[in-house]
Write a protein that binds this ligand. Structure first.
Ligand code: SAH
Length: 392
């Protein structure tokens, strides 16, 4: 599987590069490569990741050309007779973002967390959880495998808020991963000092995944003891100013959350310059104070995707694995057909996957990484989606 198709550079304006993919043009930012018009490149998340040698690029493109056209036809067919909200959202997705679908890898490298969020299975006071921390070498190995063996071009490194990974260790991780992998690195490590985030940016991290969880201030404070929504939002805004691509969002179906709240959450996600909307259903975990909370319906989760698409037609909208807990077999497909256009695949070493149990029955943890990749590849093909970059 390849998660990025090479494109050819047709225009360069300072750091902004226009790339042509089979006649479709997308913009990307170039922070890392020396480029000239006519060069072939791989881009991800609107960033140029690497230059690709012409003969290699042409070989990949000739393999892809026919398939790409077939995929586009399938996508078009599926969106041609839109009637319901989901179908209309899917049509809007098709018209505004084409059949591109981002597929990012995610490595959950530690389940230690200083926070005690009432909804989260890795909360500090959950004593039933076996805790793990991956060493720098393990993280670098797992990243190397994701990028160089499985071809991921964007990788999220996620953990609980674990201060064991201090500035020095985090910088070491980024240096070592970047020395072995051409990849868009996205950090998801919670609320850390701005100085830490500045250092990580200087080392080459370019994305941050940090959800605001809910835009409802009193709900936020009641679910996250000792935390403050304003502070989290200010941090996200500051990180955007620093130059990071922002991925943020919220939980759908929290106790006490109304439909209006969810609409406000969608608007806030956009207001925070989200490059990728990351929101998904809240799934109650037996070892948390919210163990008895009921699950949101699949319809509620899909409606929030569809509404986000109708409100923000150009958005990248992630279909989270939590949606697949609500519908094990078709959750991802239904999310993609309700307006979603991004997926993540868990690339955490299998022995740790189940331990990153923010919620129960996490999809993917019962199969091998290869099986999961194959499943996603088949799904994307069946609904006509291609892994070209969505551009800036
Ligand atoms: N330390 C990082 C990562 C936290 S875990 C950070 O603070 O951003 C990643 C996300 O999992 C959280 O942002 C939250 O939205 C989600 N999550 C936690 N508990 C969940 C649950 N019970 N159901 C669904 N998602 C959950």
């Amino acid at each position: 599987m390849c998660y990025a198709i090479p494109g050819v550079v047709v225009e360069i304006r300072d750091k902004l590069v226009t790339i042509d993919y089979f006649g479709e043009r997308k913009l990307a930012r170039n922070d890392f490569c020396k480029l000239a018009i006519g060069d072939y490149v791989l881009a991800q998340g609107g960033f140029i990741i690497e230059r690709v040698e012409e003969t290699k690029a042409k070989a990949v493109l000739s393999d892809w050309k026919e398939l790409f056209n077939e995929l586009q036809e399938t996508d078009m067919r599926l969106t041609s007779e839109a009637k319901t909200l989901y179908q209309l959202a899917n049509k809007t997705r098709h018209e505004h973002t084409g059949n591109s679908c981002c597929v990012h890898g995610i490595i959950n490298f530690s389940n230690y967390c200083v926070k005690d969020c009432l909804y989260c299975g890795i909360r500090n006071s959950n004593d039933n959880l076996i805790r793990y921390r991956m060493s720098v070498d393990e993280i670098v190995e797992a990243s190397d495998m994701a990028v160089n063996k499985y071809n991921f071009k964007a990788l999220v490194l996620q953990s609980g808020e674990d201060m064991w990974y201090n500035d020095e260790i985090l910088m070491d991780i980024i240096d070592k991963v970047r020395s072995r992998c051409n990849v868009l690195l996205i950090m998801s490590i919670g609320e850390r000092d701005l100085s830490t985030y500045k250092l990580l940016y200087e080392r080459g991290a370019r994305g941050i995944l940090l959800r605001f969880e809910t835009s409802k201030e009193d709900l936020y404070s009641s679910l996250k003891p000792g935390s403050n929504l304003k502070k989290r939002i200010e941090l996200i805004e500051e990180l955007h100013r620093m130059g990071y691509l922002i991925m943020t969002g919220f939980l759908v179906g929290l106790p006490g959350q109304t439909e209006e709240d969810i609409l406000r959450d969608i608007h806030l996600t956009n207001k925070l310059h989200s490059e990728m909307f990351s929101f998904g259903p809240f799934i109650s975990h037996k070892d948390t104070p919210l163990k008895d909370a009921s699950l949101p319906s699949l319809d509620m989760a899909l409606t929030s995707i569809a509404r986000a698409r109708m409100l923000y037609p150009d958005a990248r909208i992630l279909v989270t694995t939590a949606l697949e807990t609500l519908d094990k077999f078709e959750g991802a497909k239904k999310g993609l057909l309700a307006g979603g256009n991004s997926l993540m695949i868990d690339m955490t070493p299998v022995k740790y996957q189940k331990l990153y149990s923010i919620y129960p029955e996490k999809k993917g943890t019962e199969s091998s990484i290869e099986e999961r990749i194959e499943e996603v590849t088949k799904l994307l093909e069946s609904i006509g989606r291609a892994p070209t970059d969505l551009g800036l």
